[in-house]
Design a protein around this ligand. Structure first.
Ligand code: DMJ
Length: 522
């Protein structure tokens, strides 16, 4: 790839010209398609990094100090990763080494790719350059393992797309497209619903044999990234793949309007009737409302599917505990498990985000529902010794918002609760959300910070918890990013211009008045 001069966050708009770039090494071949980066940037309603208040006017303000603290945490997390695990997927802070895992099919550097946009928006310029240099020189796509389609999409494709849209650096666009192409064999199924696992081995049939059903949250969380792959490559194949998924889901009969978590990619039928807004289901719902927003509010199909699904969830899954806590239960063929996973706590933010475009008579209701669910998730944190929340919490046998067994009491640096605080803050400006976010910062510092990075903990109900020895890449992509945004002005990555994918990578809203390459007609 052509070497452009180093680009820092402040020089963002100068780098891209979006034309085809000659290749410098095999696999990096330029893509002969013009994406007009400057035209895209000129359509944004706000500067990417906001108007930046003159910091000399608020030198000692509390919120500024809070923001700086989160930035310092990101710097520490990055530097620890760089020192002990650069190029590996994730850092193991106790053993001070790297970890590759088995989700990425041989791809490396998940933490690098997941960190790019967070480093950029925090203006950690040197660190951003380190990350970019690694992508240019060491991020190789010639791997041959089996990968999770979902994880590669949300972390790698999402991270590369965001890095491109923020900086205009061609290396990110080209690698995103090339990696996207490697995911396409996963869609070679009778229905076009992709299997969860894709084999990168060249010449293989394309989809691995593991498992017989595909997972709603996985095949339902490709839409945002795949439309942008078409937008940046000019290749319709990406958009066609996700439009087909939408078509299958639109046509299939839904029990009581609910979407079960498992679907056969062979027959196109639901495999069992388990419904959840937490793991297995979660980001499918998120991508419906975000598809609507990202389309510049033209994708009516996504909008209708979202509000219909939310109505069914409210009717069949929503409950209020005897103690007055609102929660979304899980549904097994009509029987409820009165539990919420940490993952389900993103839904407060999602419902807040979607409230503004609901029917007028429902808007206030959805705002209140979002606030109540977020309050419940805060309770799951507040009721633990560490002030961090468990992986799952229950509402039964007189217990509320607490885990009932050790195997559900861990916290792995997940973002969903602070994600909801960020959306609720932007919607209401109620200071409680910053207070709650600050409680999380203090708890992370106290219980998760180790000498060599941040680690998850095994029991949130112990005041001396053991560490799990893993600094998850989503901690840098999401948890720290959402905390930073929570303590920043609303025009830093304004929600008028950006939607966050489910790994918190910002993707731009389509502000062009044409239907565009990717957006099509709805
Ligand atoms: C992240 O990879 C994403 O947020 C995903 O949607 C769910 N799981 C983790 C974070 O908890």
């Amino acid at each position: 790839l052509r070497r452009t001069r180093p680009t820092g966050p402040r020089e963002e708009a100068t780098a891209a010209r979006g034309n085809s770039i000659p290749a410098s090494r095999p696999g990096d071949e330029g893509i002969s398609f013009h994406f007009d980066f400057n035209a895209f940037r000129s359509r944004l309603r706000h500067p990417v990094l906001g108007m930046r208040a003159d910091e000399s006017q608020e030198p000692q303000s509390r919120v500024r100090a809070q923001r700086e603290k989160v930035k310092e945490m990101m710097q520490f997390a990055w530097q620890s990763y760089k020192r002990y695990a650069m190029g590996k997927n994730e850092l193991r802070p106790l053993t001070k080494d790297g970890y590759e895992g088995n989700m990425f099919g041989g791809l490396s550097g998940a933490t690098v790719i997941d960190s790019l946009d967070t480093l950029y928006l925090m203006e950690l310029k040197e660190e951003f350059q380190e990350a970019k240099a690694w992508v240019e020189e060491s991020f190789h796509l010639n791997v041959s393992g089996e990968a999770s389609l979902f994880e590669v999409n949300i972390r790698y494709i999402g991270g590369l797309l965001s890095a491109f849209y923020l900086t205009g650096e061609e290396v990110f666009r080209i690698k995103a497209i090339r990696l996207g192409e490697k995911l396409l064999p996963a869609f070679n199924t009778p229905t076009g619903i992709p299997k969860g696992v894709v084999s990168f081995k060249s010449g293989s049939w394309g989809w691995a044999t593991a498992g017989s059903s595909s997972i709603l949250a996985e095949f339902g969380s490709l839409h945002l990234e795949f439309l942008h792959l078409t937008e940046l490559s000019g290749n319709q194949v990406f958009a066609e793949k996700v439009r087909n998924i939408r078509k299958v889901l639109r046509k299939i009969e839904k029990p009581f309007g609910l979407y079960p978590n498992f679907l056969s990619p062979v027959s196109g039928n639901w495999v069992q009737h388990h419904v959840s807004v937490g793991g297995l289901g979660d980001s499918f719902y998120e991508y419906l409302i975000k598809s609507w927003l990202m389309s510049g509010k033209t994708d009516m199909e996504a909008k209708n599917m979202y509000y219909e699904a939310l109505e069914a969830i409210e009717t069949y899954l929503l409950n209020v505990s005897p103690g007055g806590l609102t929660y979304i239960a899980e549904w097994r063929g009509g029987i409820l498990d009165h539990k919420m996973g940490h993952l389900a706590c993103f839904s407060g933010g999602m419902i807040a985000l979607g409230a503004e475009d609901a029917k007028e008579e429902k808007r206030a209701h959805y705002r209140e529902l979002a606030a109540q669910i977020t309050k419940t998730c805060h309770e799951s944190y507040a009721r633990s010794d560490t002030k961090l929340g468990p992986e799952a919490f229950w509402f039964n046998s007189g217990r509320e918002a607490v885990a009932t067994q050790l195997s559900e009491s861990y916290y792995i640096l997940r973002p969903e609760v602070v994600e909801s605080y960020m959306y609720l803050w932007r919607q209401t400006h109620n200071p409680i959300y910053r207070e709650w976010g600050w409680e999380v910062v203090l708890a992370l510092e106290k219980y998760c910070r180790t000498e060599a990075g941040f680690s998850g903990i095994q029991d949130v109900y112990s005041s001396t918890p053991s560490h799990d020895n893993k600094q998850q890449s989503f901690f840098l992509a999401e948890t720290l990013k959402y905390l930073y945004l929570l303590f920043s002005e609303d025009d830093l990555l304004s929600l008028e211009d950006w939607v966050f994918n489910t790994e918190a990578h910002p993707l731009p809203v389509n502000h062009s008045d044409s239907s565009g390459r990717a957006w099509g007609r709805h």
